[in-house]
Design a binder for this molecule. Structure first.
Ligand SMILES: NC(=O)c1ccc[n+]([C@@H]2O[C@H](COP(=O)([O-])OP(=O)(O)OC[C@H]3O[C@@H](n4cnc5c(N)ncnc54)[C@H](OP(=O)(O)O)[C@@H]3O)[C@@H](O)[C@H]2O)c1
Length: 402
């Protein structure tokens, strides 16, 4: 019997891709893999091709093309390489494209999927942060659906009955008038209680150890600075068509509640669940149904106490910078995102201190880059300028070192 849904996984070798494919592995009668894309891990991609039998696989790094082809030469599977070829894969009609590439590198393929009118389960928040205006405009134009995978947005998606994954920002179908605001929760990351003077000596090893979630390196550092939550506020703005003042954030270290929707009648609907990305991914994959994938029982009695606090802006300046960028609008979120990617990399390579991440982002925003982001070419141009500024700041910035 043919599987119900054909899926394409962009970022198949990453944390999100692996979780999505774990769900496919368990539910072969429901999902079949049409295509897989990875960045440079051709061994990992070849192994996935052998297991899931996609019709086509793509590797971004063209220098790995022939090695990849050799590894899967006995399979009935096309092998392509390079950015354009990988983006083309996202246009092949399927029931669901899972966008799990990390960073703005995910934008070309997300845009290609959107302009092909696909249904896209998006984890790649950086694309929405930097190119939210053009992506949502194209989604409306081409009838693409963008379903959130990020756990907090997926939680809001589940709580907000009026928002059913229609075109992003579609106020009429999204019944925006019925809600007062939404709330995304944050764990606070590994440094929620660390004395602030000790932030200067935080190591990359400590920063990537998230207390609740197992994730890729970049997003783990973003969680430690709470830039991740700031990016998520911007992501929520584009996904749900809400202004900054309608997107609240609470630090909730137990991570039992992931998101809440506050309605005008005084009701608040909250989504609770464990900290396993398979829950939100499975909801997006099975939507509008649900998938029984064997989630661990969720023991509220064992958690016993749920606490909430406001975000401390002195401790988490990156969160404030992201909020300010959303409110400033224009190119600011794209500049923020680019500078943050450069700064996080520099931190992971030991070139700047943990506190240097916010300093680099702040200084890059202050350079006053300007432009209009009506196309993805324009987004990439601003992104490149911001990266250059951030790289220069890192190169000459003893001020950012510990
Ligand atoms: N992990 C989570 O729990 C989580 C939760 C919420 C949201 N997200 C978001 O989901 C996205 C992915 O995060 P992750 O943690 O899964 O990252 P990750 O583990 O680092 O995986 C990234 C994936 O993207 C691929 N990739 C990188 N550059 C590429 C390119 N230019 N072209 C094609 N593929 C490329 C990588 O391939 P290679 O392996 O070949 O390098 C890998 O498959 C991020 O935007 C993140 O913010 C993640």
């Amino acid at each position: 019997m043919a599987a119900e849904k054909k899926i394409t996984v962009l970022g198949a070798t990453g944390s999100i891709g692996q979780s999505a494919l774990a769900l496919v592995r368990q539910n072969e009668e429901k999902f079949s893999v049409q295509a897989l894309v990875a960045g440079k891990n051709y061994h990992g991609l070849a192994a996935l091709a052998r297991e899931f039998h996609p019709k086509i696989i793509g590797i971004h790094d063209e220098s790995k093309h022939s090695e990849l082809r050799n590894l899967v030469s006995d399979l009935d599977c096309d092998v392509v390489a390079g950015e354009q070829a990988c983006s083309n894969i996202a246009t092949i009609p399927v029931n669901l494209v899972i966008a799990g590439i990390s960073g703005l590198a995910g934008l070309p393929s997300v845009m290609a999927a959107v302009c092909s009118g696909q249904t896209i389960a998006i984890a790649n928040k950086e694309s929405l942060v930097s190119a939210g205006a053009v992506l949502t405009q194209k989604a409306n134009e081409f009838g693409a659906h963008i379903l959130p995978i990020d756990s907090e947005h997926n939680a809001v998606f589940q709580c907000w009955g009026g928002w059913k994954g229609h075109q992003a920002g579609n106020i009429e179908t999204g019944k925006i008038a019925e809600i007062s605001h939404i709330c995304l929760t944050a764990s606070g990351g590994p440094f929620l209680t660390l004395p602030i003077p000790e932030f200067l000596s935080i190591t990359p090893e400590a920063a990537v150890k998230h207390p609740n979630w197992s994730m890729g390196q970049k997003i783990s550092v973003d969680s430690a600075t709470m830039m991740n939550k700031g990016l998520e506020v911007i992501e929520a703005h584009w996904l749900f068509g809400l202004e900054s003042r309608h997107i609240d954030v609470l630090v909730h270290p137990q991570q039992a509640i992931h998101g809440m929707v506050y309605f005008h009648d005084g009701s608040i609907i909250a989504h609770l669940g464990g900290t396993d990305m398979r829950t939100p991914i499975s909801y997006a994959m099975a939507w509008p149904d649900r998938l029984d994938w064997g989630a661990e029982p969720f023991d509220l009695a064992a958690i016993s106490v749920l606490t909430f606090e406001a975000v401390d802006s002195e401790r988490f300046p990156c969160f404030t910078l992201a909020r300010q960028a959303l409110e400033a609008g224009g190119v600011a979120p794209a500049v923020l995102n680019a500078a943050n990617e450069v700064a996080v990399n520099a931190f992971l390579q030991g070139k700047i201190a943990f506190t240097g991440i916010a300093a680099v982002v702040d200084a890059t925003l202050a350079t006053g880059l300007a432009g209009d982001l009506a196309t993805i070419e324009a987004v990439f141009a601003i992104d490149q300028s911001a990266r250059k500024q951030a790289h220069d700041l890192v190169a000459k910035g003893s001020v950012f070192k510990n």
